[in-house]
Design a protein around this ligand. Structure first.
Ligand SMILES: Nc1ncnc2c1ncn2[C@@H]1O[C@H](COP(=O)(O)OP(=O)(O)OP(=O)(O)O)[C@@H](O)[C@H]1O
Ligand SMILES: [Mg+2]
Length: 349
């Protein structure tokens, strides 16, 4: 049996923003939130997705769980094309894919106790009263919550308690896959670590596969098996976690890593600054979307062509002409302390 859970081919999601103020009637602004993404996800894997705000992380995740309809491309789940699954099988699929969102307070109806809300979910998934009580009881143990919490309404519970309950709710139908979209960003740092341990246990004890969307590289480094780095709708780099953090190859990934808070100030020399502002994903790309901010972009190349996502070592994929071994361009650059530099140029020049 295949160990592939998701096979995503040429996935694009385009939003029609209508015409801009004063623009001709027929001039639509199309926002390419996700553009030609290709990747697979293995069963049992925790796959991290990082990138700045607006890079399309949530839109991609929402396409995977059926909350957004792709504009183009295919998503195959356990060998089945999601767009072609018959209606009667869709309910089963809804059980198999669950979501944990960023803000746990909005996940529960404050006019009901959390116990009532969880039992409703269990009934929706076809569990009898006894099955429901057993399942909720077991899952409360898994997330280290006392059963007394079931009597409370959401407005009196802490963010950490509510996120544990959101995990319980997601686990009730015994899913194979969880989309976790910034699940710890709204929580205090002290609580974040506890919730992250639960996600780790999801993989180790229950074998659940997770697509873990996060801004926080340190969280992703500790939790994920592999990481996708997105920039304005596209994958710029994808690798097993250690390869990505120890040998980042895309200038954007290098920027992200160089700009994260340092545990030991002064240890890393930061001399890699992006130029200008993040651009927009309006209109189809005809260049490297990052080129206008990239400190090592090559005129006439990076502004003229879309770099292919190439596998440069086993499992390590990069979309940058500097890493493209079929081209000579990378020869006039060298990697120093994990950052691209033009040969013969003074550091910081
Ligand atoms: N329903 C929508 N209609 C129009 N544009 C949308 C819609 N949903 C998302 N977008 C746009 O698509 C782009 C990608 O958004 P998305 O929310 O996927 O990014 P993100 O990487 O998850 O960002 P963040 O880190 O802020 O959550 C953004 O420019 C966003 O404004
Ligand atoms: Mg998002």
């Amino acid at each position: 049996m295949s160990d592939i859970l998701f096979d995503v081919r040429h996935l694009s999601k385009v939003f029609d923003l209508g015409r801009g103020v004063g623009a001709p009637r027929d001039q639509k602004r199309l926002l390419y939130a996700v553009e030609d993404m290709n990747f697979t996800m293995k069963k049992g894997e925790t796959l991290g997705v990082v990138g700045e705000s607006g890079s399309g992380k949530s839109t991609m995740g929402r396409c995977l769980v059926g909350l957004e309809k792709p504009t183009q491309g295919s998503i195959t789940y356990r060998g089945q094309d999601l767009a072609k699954i018959p209606k009667q099988q869709q309910q089963k699929l809804r059980k198999d894919m669950q979501i944990v969102f960023q803000n746990p307070i909005s996940s529960f109806n404050p006019s009901k106790t959390v116990g009532e809300s969880l039992r409703e979910v269990a009934a929706f998934h076809g569990l009898s009263k006894t099955q429901s009580n057993d399942r909720i009881g077991n899952l409360l143990g898994f997330v280290h919550l006392d059963s007394e919490v079931l009597q409370a309404r959401s407005n009196v519970l802490s963010g950490g308690q509510l996120q544990r309950l959101a995990i319980v709710r997601a686990l009730i139908p015994n899913p194979s896959f969880i989309l976790a979209d910034e699940p710890v960003s709204a929580l205090d740092v002290s609580v974040q670590a506890q919730i992250l341990r639960l996600f780790d246990n999801l993989k180790r004890e229950l074998g659940v596969s997770t697509l873990f969307v996060s801004h926080d590289l340190t969280v992703v480094e500790h939790l994920c098996d592999r990481v996708i780095v997105m920039y304005l709708g596209s994958i710029v780099e994808m690798a097993p976690v250690r390869k990505l953090f120890d040998h980042p190859l895309h200038p954007y990934t290098q920027l992200l890593l160089a700009s994260r808070p340092r545990e030991f100030p002064g240890q890393v020399v930061q001399r890699f600054e992006p130029k200008g502002e993040i651009t927009s994903a309006i209109g189809r790309a005809h260049d490297c979307r990052f080129h206008s901010r990239c400190p090592v972009s090559v005129n006439g190349v990076c502004d003229q062509e879309i770099p292919s996502l190439l596998e440069v070592s086993p499992g390590h994929w990069v979309a940058c002409v500097l890493s493209d071994k079929r081209r000579d361009i990378g020869k006039s650059f060298r990697l120093t302390h994990g950052i691209w530099e033009r040969k013969g140029m003074q550091v910081g020049a």
